[in-house]
Write a protein that binds this ligand. Sequence first.
Ligand code: CP3
Length: 346
Amino acid sequence: MGTAERKIMNVLAGRTVSPPPIWLMRQAGRYLPEYRQVRATANGFLNLCYTPDLATEVTLQPIRRFGLDAAILFSDILVIPDAMDRNVRFKEGEGPLLDPIDADAIAALKAPDVKGHLAPVLETVSRLRRELPQETTLLGFCGAPWTIATYMIAGHGTSDQAPARLFAARHRKPFERLLNIVAEASAEYLVAQLDAGADAVQIFDSWAGVLGDRDFADYAAGPVKRIIDMVRAERPGARIIAFAKGAGYNLKTYRQATGADAIGLDWTVPLDFAAELQKDGAVQGNLDPLKMVSGGDNLDEAIDRILDVLGNGPLIFNLGHGITPEADPANVERLVSRVRSHRQGR
Ligand code: CP3
């Protein structure tokens, strides 16, 4: 058995796999008691990301429990600003905090030492590839430049990313320099993850949905295309998933605009529009993550609708965003077994 058995790689090549393979964004995390146990001993979230023993263990936890078709490297998108010395920290119950960056600090910003600073994360990737079952796809990831920039500019999460949108409008040149430096570091990071053993990578643009159409093209799709072009210039054939949360109708041209092999869909994307996007290639998604909290017949119906509309084409089943801490692991089990019992043309 070799890589040919990795179902997600077949879907990323544009083939229909039935039943569709499944993994879940944020599948390692606080909804799992075994994660909370490791997290409690880790001396902080970033330390967990930078300790290969612990990061490997928590990545494997959801694979052991649910037998998902992909493992996603346990890390965070904010390790790139951390490598840029932006003083990234995670305060309990507060989410991420960084030193807010301004135009002067952007002018002084240097390309980070990605391979040096993130060596422990790359070590985790190689350990994972050795320890995972042959048939399990290993996914690496990074944040998209726009989403990374929103945290770097505000210094914390916000509900509408007003600080970054205002900064882009007022200081376009420094803002574009920031996007470019993040894009170059991210491309180098993704190539290093692929070289360390990742089969494919996902680019998370979690805040794409707050941008108007022109800004979406310039700040979301454009920089993601530049990352993909840089990665493929070094590793031709690299398989890449692009997830632009909340992008709505902007998704219509997102695959062509970026060159991604699969387009991630959040749970607000109508399934008839998703089916249209699937005519051009693989899609990934898009169950409402809160169904993992509520469960029941309503969960089964939502799963079946996705399978009925998208299950006869290239589909990677996933949630429409990350699983939440309130999710019930029993609902994840129910989801996986229901997707696995699906037959094409049902
Ligand atoms: O998917 C996985 O299981 C891999 C691990 C992963 C994490 N973060 C672990 C994490 C991945 C792929 C991410 C990506 C990430 N991080 C994104 C993009 C995806 C998304 O959810 O939109 C973003 C925007 C971040 C930034 C980030 N990290 C925030 C806003 C927070 C705080 C909110 C929260 O959920 O606590 C984090 C912390 C974080 N990243 C946790 C985990 C498991 C929780 C921290 C903890 O255990 O204390």
